[in-house]
Design a protein around this ligand. Structure first.
Ligand code: ZN
Length: 203
């Protein structure tokens, strides 16, 4: 049986799975002249469509191509479109404020951070523990309403360390090994946000 047109177009565009590609190769190895010619035609059409023009292509081929391609575009995306990830600016860091830092630190060695952006404010407390660092955070909106039950992830250089859901007060806590590329990702009602923790360790 000859492969269907969308399959051959995917073959030309090198978008087939390995198995499907091998099936087409096997079919062509059987010297199917008809499919050889179809592939040549699709190669030509794909190249022409890529350039946004169809110089000298027979009208029959043009309409065939146009009838094929919109069909492919109408396929639903395999994943839902995600809104863009916003990086929340760090607006407060207890280690770098103008306050007398030494006094603050000796009284309370924890580090306090605040990230804030449109629609979300997140306070993060960082404490040293023998096994790593303890992160305690709370997310609220500008009207101080907790962002309850948001999903969060703590990632290290894009590898997920911990994932969970905020409690009813927008709070979550986790102990993670200390690394220099910690980020907190939070799925807020106004879209996903990322907070990049300062690279310096607790001192
Ligand atoms: Zn064939």
């Amino acid at each position: 049986m000859h492969p269907e047109s969308p399959c051959l177009i995917d073959f030309v565009e090198e978008r087939l799975s390995r198995t499907a590609r091998e099936a087409v190769h096997q079919h062509l190895d059987g010297n199917c002249i008809r499919c050889e010619r179809r592939i040549q035609t699709y190669r030509h059409l794909v190249a022409c469509l890529g350039q946004g023009s169809l110089p000298g292509a027979p009208e029959r081929l043009v309409s065939a191509a146009i009838s094929l391609f919109p069909q492919r575009r109408r396929r639903p995306p395999t994943r839902p479109m995600l809104p863009p990830l916003r990086t929340l600016p760090l607006v407060f860091d207890s280690y770098t404020t103008e306050e007398p830092r030494a006094a603050v630190r000796s009284a309370d060695p924890a580090r306090y951070l605040r990230f804030a952006g449109r629609g979300v404010e997140v306070d993060v407390k960082i404490e040293r523990q023998t096994t790593g660092v303890r992160l305690t955070a709370q997310a609220i909106d500008p009207a101080s309403t907790p962002l309850a039950h948001c999903e969060y992830q703590i990632v290290e250089a894009r590898h997920e360390l911990i994932a969970g859901t905020c409690d009813a007060l927008g709070g979550f806590a986790a102990t993670v090994p200390w690394v220099n590329q910690l980020e907190i990702l939070l799925a807020t009602p106004s879209g996903p946000v990322r907070m990049i923790l300062p690279a310096t360790t607790l001192s």
